[in-house]
Design a protein around this ligand. Structure first.
Ligand SMILES: [Zn+2]
Length: 440
């Protein structure tokens, strides 16, 4: 018996690993073969690795319209597509497309599984760039993979458009409607209207559009389609009048809820107005000691009281012990938080009445304004308790924050359209075509 004395096998693998082998394993296109792969060193070549494809001998080309095999007609000029770079080396697909004569569609260019219209990148490369464009900025993606910002943008755009055309919108039960400030200035064009799905199992951006008028929202609801809107059971929004009106008109069958996060925002804004107004008055009256108490207190005042700690807490306590208006405004805001802990609608209603009464007697105009607003929308406010557990509270706020991160991060979006594409790309949870093999 012969025993191999522990010597490592020196036998070489049966097949030398070639790029062709890798391509055939991860990215095989039926009807086509990888013919040869070489460095493009000829005159006029942009350099890099050139992967030449050929049609499978004996197989007919397919009509690019109906994808049925059809007899050949003629050949076009060789085309070149940018592909995923290998070891940082530019890589190209080269192929001489055939034209076929389809019985139904006449003479057309054959179907090429890696191609999309007249685009100069393979679909795999577009998917590759688009996925990296979600992790890095588009400019960084372009730099790392030796391509242009434009190429990254067009790739993301392609993936988003495919995703929007193929996404499933059935089963949207809860709809979040909101406005988001964007860019500089306060014109109508500096606001975006966003529609979210805010079901517990799926939170995503459904639609985004410029402006915040009734018409903007109508455009969004139309884009979702009647079927989707009819299926909605809960709508969550701010007290912004154009939205309230349009929701009432189009989604009246759903339970309309005012979002907790929006109400808190209005209360915080009111406290801030009280603080600023008082600060200005004290300064004018030369009462600098009292004015000092309000200094640097903006954020501690806006946070939930239980979350203010340390030195800020000491300052806040001193402020609350004073007879300043800001202290009264803050207490009103803080008391309102109890509202959300009720379980029964009548008791929540009773609390609301009591609170609004107190606010109206406070002699603080911003607080009175909030009280009037809450009173005017009492039924919608109380719907919050009727919808409890059905909509994920905080979902709108969370998605808004993500949008802010994206719009603020200097992605170098040159146009509104590019930003819109980026928002769908990162928050739309869109499906992706299978053809874009995952290289990353
Ligand atoms: Zn055809």
């Amino acid at each position: 018996m012969i025993v191999n004395a522990g010597k490592p096998s020196t036998r070489r693998p049966a097949i030398q690993l070639q790029i062709k082998t890798i391509l055939n394993r991860i990215q095989h296109y039926g009807g086509f073969v990888y013919q040869d792969i070489r460095f493009g060193e000829e005159e006029g070549s942009p350099g890099g690795i050139e992967i030449r494809l050929e049609a499978h001998r004996g197989m007919r080309g397919r009509c690019s319209q109906c994808r049925r095999p059809a007899p050949g007609y003629d050949r076009l000029k060789e085309r070149r597509w940018g592909h995923v770079p290998l070891w940082g080396i530019k890589t190209w697909f080269l192929y001489v497309p055939r034209r076929v004569e389809c019985a139904e569609h006449g003479v057309v260019v054959e179907y090429l599984p890696w191609n999309e219209g007249k685009r100069s990148l393979t679909t795999v490369m577009m998917g590759f760039l688009a996925r990296w464009g979600r992790r890095l900025s588009w400019r960084e993606t372009a730099e790392v993979f030796q391509t242009s910002w434009e190429a990254v943008y067009r790739s993301v755009e392609w993936l988003v458009q495919w995703g929007l055309a193929h996404r499933e919108l059935q089963g949207v039960r809860s709809l979040g409607v909101d406005e988001i400030h964007w860019g500089h200035g306060l014109g109508a064009n500096n606001f975006l209207t966003v529609l979210y799905q805010i079901d517990a199992h799926c939170r995503r951006l459904l639609w985004v559009g410029k402006g915040r008028s009734r018409r903007t929202l109508r455009r969004g609801l139309t884009a979702l389609g009647t079927g989707v809107v009819q299926g909605v059971r809960f709508v969550c929004s701010d007290m912004w009048k154009p939205y309230l009106e349009e929701i009432g008109a189009q989604v009246g069958h759903a339970l309309h809820v005012l979002d907790r996060f929006h109400i808190t925002m209005h209360l915080n804004q009111a406290v801030d107005q009280v603080r600023r107004g008082e600060g200005a008055r004290l300064r004018a009256a030369g009462q600098s000691a009292a004015q000092q108490q309000l200094k640097h207190m903006r954020w501690p005042l806006l946070r939930r009281g239980s979350r203010v700690r340390g030195r800020a807490r000491q300052k806040l306590n001193a402020l609350l012990a004073s007879k300043l208006q800001t202290a009264r405004g803050w207490k009103l805001k803080e008391t309102f938080a109890h509202f959300w802990s009720y379980r029964s609608v009548p008791w929540a209603g009773a609390f609301l009445h009591a609170w609004c009464g107190r606010a109206m007697r406070s002699r603080l105009e911003p607080m009175k304004k909030v009280a009037r607003m809450l009173r005017a929308h009492e039924p919608l406010l109380l719907n919050w308790f009727r919808a409890k557990g059905e909509i994920s509270s905080g979902a709108v706020e969370g998605l808004n924050n993500k949008i802010r991160v994206i719009t603020r991060r200097s992605y170098g979006f040159r146009t509104y359209e590019a930003m819109e594409i980026a928002l769908y790309h990162t928050l739309g949870r869109l499906p992706e075509p299978e053809s874009t093999h995952r290289f990353c």
